[in-house]
Ligand binder design. Structure first.
Ligand code: EPU
Length: 306
């Protein structure tokens, strides 16, 4: 029996899992395999199976910031749950599992009178995704909030804590590799007034509701902001709000978000990315770089992976 079959046998791994419902864009095909890892012991078993039969890996958080191809993903999707998705308030830090949801981290910290992580309240992702993409907003990115992160490399079958410098976090990128799983992260959060924290949570949530189209049927910001400007402003200035390819449209609320109709295809998201990028470059001379990850697409459209 192979390591993968062994994991199927006890229900840890499932084959042929639809990914669209597990992503915020809600498009795309199935994953060949999906494993839910809720304890560190399971990691070693997954690493052993991987060593015998290496496959492409996608660590999936809340499924924001990515688009899965219509053909699906011919690899292993890793989802962290259980003890790898908890939030703990420690005397000098907040420790969260890689699978913990960012809004939960923000709210748990504030409820315990720890301030600083409020910007996470509006980000529909997990701690692992935030580290990998250096997610942020409202004046803070993950680099500025993080103390260190525990990363396990499936290919090496080993892991450990990495400092912020070792993680090599840049604007919406990091040195976290394709077989790396962010198991946990320690964040700096300073003691402060709970009321003040709650007011900040409300303010950020309201701002996002007023300025962005919300967490479903879109993949978050499509393009990174170019130096000194905003992708949304540029796309809007080119008159592209409402512009559509198939079932996917440039959001009338914020031009750096694309909204997918029910039944839309991943190919339409890619088609709109390519066309908007072409038109913005033609009209403004700025070549936008995608922020979203394309999963399961041919190598030449994976602008943003790795
Ligand atoms: N704007 C337009 N038209 C639009 C959208 C924006 O003219 O359709 C203008 C706004 O009026 C504003 C400027 O563009 O003057 C910047 O827009 P906004 O304040 O909405 O910020 P952003 O640059 O589009 C960035 C991050 C967001 C983060 C917000 C708030 C990126 C790519 N985007 O958006 O992060 O939530 O700031 O801090 O870095 C994400 O990365 O997924 C993301 C949502």
């Amino acid at each position: 029996m192979s390591g993968w079959e062994d994991l199927v046998a006890d229900g840890t791994l499932v084959e042929g899992v639809a990914l669209a419902p597990l992503t915020t864009a809600g498009v795309g095909g199935p994953a060949r395999r999906l494993v839910r890892i809720g304890a560190r012991e399971t990691l070693a078993r997954v690493a052993a199976a991987f060593r015998d039969d290496p496959v492409p890996v996608l660590v999936l958080g809340r499924g924001s910031n990515l688009v899965v191809a219509d053909e699906g993903f011919d690899g292993l999707v890793v989802v962290l749950t259980g003890e790898l998705a908890t939030v703990e308030i420690l005397p000098d830090r907040v420790r969260a599992g890689g699978g913990a949801r960012l809004p939960v981290v923000a709210r748990t910290a504030v409820a315990a009178g720890r301030l600083g992580l409020e910007p996470y309240v509006g980000i529909p992702g997990t701690v692992g995704g935030a580290v990998r993409q250096n997610a942020g907003g409202h004046g803070a990115d993950t680099r500025s909030l993080l103390l260190r992160a525990e990363v396990y490399d499936l290919a090496a079958g080993a892991g450990g804590w990495r400092t912020v410098d070792e993680l090599d976090l840049g604007y919406r990128r990091s040195g976290v590799g394709s077989t790396d799983i962010v198991l946990a992260a320690d964040f700096a959060a300073v003691p402060g007034s709970r009321e003040e924290g709650e007011a900040r949570l409300r303010e950020i949530s309201r701002w996002r509701r007023d300025h962005q189209p919300g967490g479903t049927r879109n993949a978050g910001s499509i393009f990174k902001n170019p130096e000194g400007d905003s992708a949304g402003r540029l796309i809007d200035a080119c008159g592209l709000k409402g512009f559509r390819v198939g079932g996917v449209v440039v959001s009338p609320r914020h031009a750096n978000f694309f909204e997918a109709d029910p039944g839309a295809r991943a190919a339409d998201v890619l088609g709109l990315v390519v066309e908007v990028r072409r038109r913005v470059a033609e009209e403004t001379g700025v070549v936008l770089e995608p922020e979203i990850c394309f999963v399961g697409f041919p190598e030449d459209v994976r602008w943003t992976r790795g």
